[in-house]
Design a binder for this molecule. Structure first.
Ligand code: FMN
Length: 350
């Protein structure tokens, strides 16, 4: 057993968290992580507020353990989703890409707010705004990070703030957990590693591609959905990164598909589009990339379409070679971390 400020704060057995990954961190995976002693995080960015409530209630049917929700705040419908999570009294609310206006509301029912940052100076600001803990994401990560790698960013941030830091980006085994603790973190958050488990809903075609990939087989580019992000390198991803397959025309039906997924009426949809456009400084191409990227991501994870679809994946896809059930993965990581800490502790004593 490894006790850290993360296990204490969240009331969990192991300092391991499932990262919020939209479409992928669903109730089944969240509950599997919670029931195995970790902290499961439901990604709610892709839901309407009604669906957010439904998914939260589904988790409560699958586990009696505490869990978290994740919402990037730059999305036009973030406010309504956060409000739904607050009304459901979700124990922990994790945000990324924005400033939390809801800290007092969450604290009022005894909940905690966890900020995600990828740039060191944002860590101090998040702590000042009342965050209880931080997730600090290095460049190795799947999807959206910034330029600094975990090895540089995590010790920098842990010596800057007093609240618990959860290290993210590049973690997949017990040696990584032991390293994160040595860097001053209180635990780890993993995305790619949990994508490659039995309980993950990702189509087997992409799971198999990831298992065969090396650590060199990811690409980091803004072309996928408008923000710098890391995806599995496939022929279509190389084309997208070179700007070859961008279509402004395709963005229109894709945006309408997203309207359907979010169950918005025209007024809500136009309001969301307007808010997002304003937030992005009127950058129409960026919005089109988001619409196209979202639909290509769906093609990958639901249909297993390796020709047209793409998937965000971290560099750890290289060393990962198996698809274990969540519980045996977490047990293995904990045993390996304990053995690593005993071994390295022994070095200092001799
Ligand atoms: C498919 C996918 C979707 C993601 N969606 C979100 C999201 O909605 N919100 C967020 O804060 N991070 C999101 N992320 C980033 C992860 O939360 C996490 O930071 C990353 O997976 C950690 O790196 P790792 O894959 O090396 O473990 C996403 C990652 C993936 C792979």
């Amino acid at each position: 057993m490894i006790r850290t400020p993360m296990t204490e704060m969240f009331g969990i057995q192991h300092p391991i968290m499932l990262a919020g990954m939209n479409w992928i961190s669903t109730p089944k995976l969240v509950a599997a992580v919670c029931n195995a002693g970790g902290l499961g995080t439901l990604a709610i960015a892709q839901y309407s507020p009604e669906d957010t409530r439904k998914q939260v209630r589904q988790i409560r049917e699958l586990t009696d353990k505490p869990f978290m929700v994740n919402q990037p705040l730059h999305r036009g419908w973030a406010k309504e989703n956060i409000q739904a999570a607050i009304e459901e009294k979700v124990p922990f609310i994790n945000y990324s890409l924005g400033k939390p206006w809801f800290v007092d509301q969450v604290h009022a029912y005894g909940g905690k707010v966890v900020g995600t940052i990828a740039i060191a100076k944002h860590a101090a600001r998040a702590a000042e705004l009342g965050c209880d803990a931080l997730i600090v994401t290095g460049n190795e990560a799947a999807a959206h990070g910034a330029d600094a790698t975990s090895l540089v960013l995590i010790p920098f941030v842990t010596s800057m703030v007093k609240i618990p830091v959860i290290a993210a980006g590049g973690f997949y085994d017990g040696r990584g957990l032991a390293a994160a603790l040595s860097l001053g973190a209180a635990g780890i958050s993993m995305g790619t590693r949990f994508i490659l488990t039995q309980e993950s809903m990702v189509h087997d075609n992409f799971k198999q591609l990831c298992l065969k990939a090396t650590e060199q087989d990811t690409l980091y580019s803004s072309a996928f959905d408008g923000m710098p992000g890391r995806a599995l390198k496939t022929p279509v991803v190389e084309k997208i990164a070179q700007g070859d397959s961008f279509s402004l025309l395709k963005a229109i039906p894709n945006a309408l598909e997203i309207k359907k997924i979010l169950k918005q009426n025209w007024l809500q949809f136009l309001g969301t589009a307007w808010k997002m456009m304003a937030g992005e400084g009127g950058d129409f191409v960026l919005m089109a990339r988001l619409a196209n990227g979202t639909m290509r991501h769906q093609k990958a994870i639901y249909d297993g379409d390796t020709q047209e679809g793409f998937m965000f994946v971290g560099q750890v896809t290289g060393p990962i070679r198996d698809l274990p059930p969540v519980k045996s993965l977490i047990d293995r990581i904990m045993a390996e971390a304990a053995a690593t800490l005993r071994k390295t502790g022994g070095m200092a004593a001799s």
